[in-house]
Design a protein around this ligand. Structure first.
Ligand code: AMP
Length: 619
């Protein structure tokens, strides 16, 4: 579907960040700023402009000015919307602005000498999101699907609706955040109208809050069976723990005045940045220069961070158990686990959640964007009755990985019924190779360059071994929701790594047809190209082995035989080099014959090598 003037947009109106997404061909997309960031901080700074009334600044600019513009800036308004003074007593210490009671048990915030309702303040954020969508779509936007936490009561939902209306948006539907997250993965869409009901748990760990929801999905009805959580538990707490660790472990830092707000802010920022880096690295260096206080320098490992954060993750899992108990379920009843929120990028969180629920959680989508994407998915359903997703019972295109020399090793062929699984073993091509890059490809062509790369990841930490010895098992697993899990495992060391992707996201029916037609058109030339690559790889492998063997045992050959092998090797290598430079110039059958002849010609050398290896082994 193209963006027509009645496009309904999807809005994730968050406590800290808000996002907007729009339906589009091949699925929804979030709208980003010039820096590629989809998140708009839910922070508003107001200014009274003479003659022009109140002007609002929303997002990064307002957030950056929180300290500077005290008395004019609000954040976390979502904690106030639809609440009374009695409801928010526990919140007040966390808010950097005064809140007072308004008429009929409502709340008010006084800014720039005027009283604002939470709805009015939220409307500034919503207006900024609407404006972003208007800019991106090139036409005015009037309707939106807006998400709210599953635990929001009717008053909070109604107040959110009012905020949207103040921003000039008609609310096409209010949906629960966990429902949106499930929808973003296509959960429920594929089975709508058929199949058994299923149960999903949505684990949402953000910067400041933790929510868990248990959903029961039957057809297109999403019922929230239970919710639990902690409104003050999240990534900020991880930062705080790491910050204390930094301050206590380093002499310079211990001497710092941790009560000084500037030093605190700098320490906190350094801790958060280190935490984020440790989601990818095993260790990281923290270096913090403070004017007049020297330099704090420290190395932190992921294991240390995990030891610090583990008790907090325990607390989230205890909430999960409570929610399961409320829903009268056990982990065995769950069909899907969905991760939402920036803090679920932490490997510790992913690992513990996987262990706790006994199944791999869904991580294919950006955890910051998944709720907005789901809202746009619902918007697409409401505007056209279509989800804009390829929801198929078969894989529309083949899936595989890039193999040596740029060929494609297909693991799952197109039109395979899902769910399905395929496993294949691969090995290394270079002696002592300790890492393998796995590029996950989709398409019908034979060369990686002609396929769509869905994802890539690295399997690291393979113990150094001669080429061909490591056994790397690559597994492709597509579940009933069409989500692809790819994992690679080196069998001797047990090292593994993996990635999850939504293979049909971003593809339309027409594109699939086009890709298949292209594949058919190039079938013959592609097959030849693939064969040449395989042959060239074999030439590399065989000649490399022959060189090693000549080095070790060449002195046991008569000089003429050694010279012949070297001559044949060099002509075989130059044939392979020609084939790589200009595939048209070399007949694959001729290369195959040359390779076979080379094998025969080095038989005696190989025998000598085997005898020597056996003799070594018996010694
Ligand atoms: P959210 O409220 O969902 O935007 O989540 C924000 C929280 O996620 C903050 O505490 C961030 O520090 C944290 N976060 C974002 N990216 C990462 C990452 N790669 N590793 C660990 N935490 C992250």
């Amino acid at each position: 579907m193209s963006a027509t003037p009645d496009t309904i947009i999807g809005i994730d109106l968050g406590t800290t960040y808000s996002l907007v997404a729009v339906p589009g061909p091949g699925g929804p997309r979030v709208l980003r700023d010039a820096n590629g960031d989809a998140r708009v901080p839910s922070v508003v700074t107001l200014r009274e402009v003479a003659g022009a009334g109140i002007q609002a600044e929303v997002g990064w600019a307002a957030r950056g000015g929180i300290v500077r513009t005290a008395g004019a800036t609000v954040h976390s308004v979502k904690r106030l919307i639809g609440r009374s003074m009695a409801d928010v007593q526990a919140e007040l210490p966390f808010l950097a602005y005064p809140v007072r009671s308004g008429p009929r048990d409502t709340l008010q915030v006084e800014l720039v000498g005027r009283a604002f309702t939470p709805q009015e303040l939220s409307a500034f954020v919503l207006r900024a999101l609407r404006e972003r969508a208007t800019q991106a779509l090139g036409h005015d936007v009037r309707r939106a699907v807006i998400t709210v936490p599953a635990y929001f009561d009717d008053v909070q939902r109604q107040a959110t609706r009012q905020a949207a209306e103040l921003a000039g948006l008609e609310v096409a539907r209010i949906i629960n955040e966990p429902t949106a997250a499930a929808l973003a993965y296509g959960i429920g869409l594929r089975t709508a109208g058929r199949g058994r009901p299923h149960t999903a748990v949505v684990y949402d760990l953000g910067g400041g809050t933790f929510d868990v929801s248990i959903l029961r999905i039957e057809g297109d009805v999403f019922e929230v069976l239970a919710t639990a959580g902690d409104t003050h538990l999240g990534g900020d707490d991880f930062d705080l723990l790491l910050m204390r660790r930094l301050a206590s472990a380093d002499a310079t830092a211990s001497a710092l005045d941790a009560a000084d707000p500037l030093i605190r802010a700098a320490l906190r920022e350094a801790a958060e940045a280190a935490k984020v880096r440790l989601s990818d690295a095993d260790a990281t260096d923290v270096e913090l220069r403070l004017p007049g206080s020297g330099v704090l320098q420290m190395r932190v490992s992921r294991a240390e961070l995990e030891a610090l954060c583990n008790p907090l993750v325990d607390r989230t899992l205890a909430h999960c158990d409570a929610a399961l108990r409320d829903a009268d379920l056990t982990t065995a009843d769950l069909d899907e686990v969905v991760l939402v929120g920036g803090s679920t990028r932490m490997p510790l969180v992913r690992r513990r959640v996987e262990q706790h629920f006994g199944r791999r959680p869904y991580t294919a989508l950006n955890p910051d964007e998944v709720v907005a994407l789901g809202a746009a998915m619902q918007a697409a359903v409401l505007s056209g009755g279509s989800s804009d997703l390829l929801l198929l019972d078969v894989t529309p295109l083949s899936l595989g990985i890039e193999t040596m020399g740029g060929a494609v090793g297909k693991l799952i062929l197109r039109n395979t019924t899902i769910p399905c699984r395929a496993v294949e073993n691969f090995t290394t091509f270079v002696d002592g190779q300790t890492a393998i890059l796995v590029s996950v490809l989709q398409g019908e062509r034979e060369l990686a360059a002609d396929c769509r790369e869905l994802a890539r990841f690295e399997l690291r930490g393979i113990p150094p071994m001669p080429a061909g010895i490591p056994k790397v098992e690559v597994e492709f697993l597509i579940d009933a929701n069409g989500i692809l899990n790819v994992s690679a495992r080196e069998l001797r060391s047990g090292r593994s790594a993996g990635v999850q992707v939504l293979p049909t996201r971003g593809l339309t029916d027409d594109e699939v047809r086009q890709i298949v037609a292209e594949g058919d058109r190039h079938a013959r030339t592609d097959a030849l190209a693939h064969r040449l690559i395989d042959l060239c790889n074999q030439v590399d492998f065989d000649t490399q082995k022959a060189v090693q063997m000549l080095d070790r045992h060449g002195d046991r050959l008569v000089p003429a035989e050694r010279a012949r092998i070297e001559r044949e090797m060099s002509s075989l290598r130059s044939l392979a080099a020609d084939a790589r430079r200009d595939p048209q110039s070399v007949d694959p059958d001729a290369l195959h014959r040359a390779l076979t002849d080379f094998g025969h010609g080095t038989l005696r050398l190989a025998e000598i090598g085997i005898q020597a290896a056996l003799a070594d082994a018996t010694k």
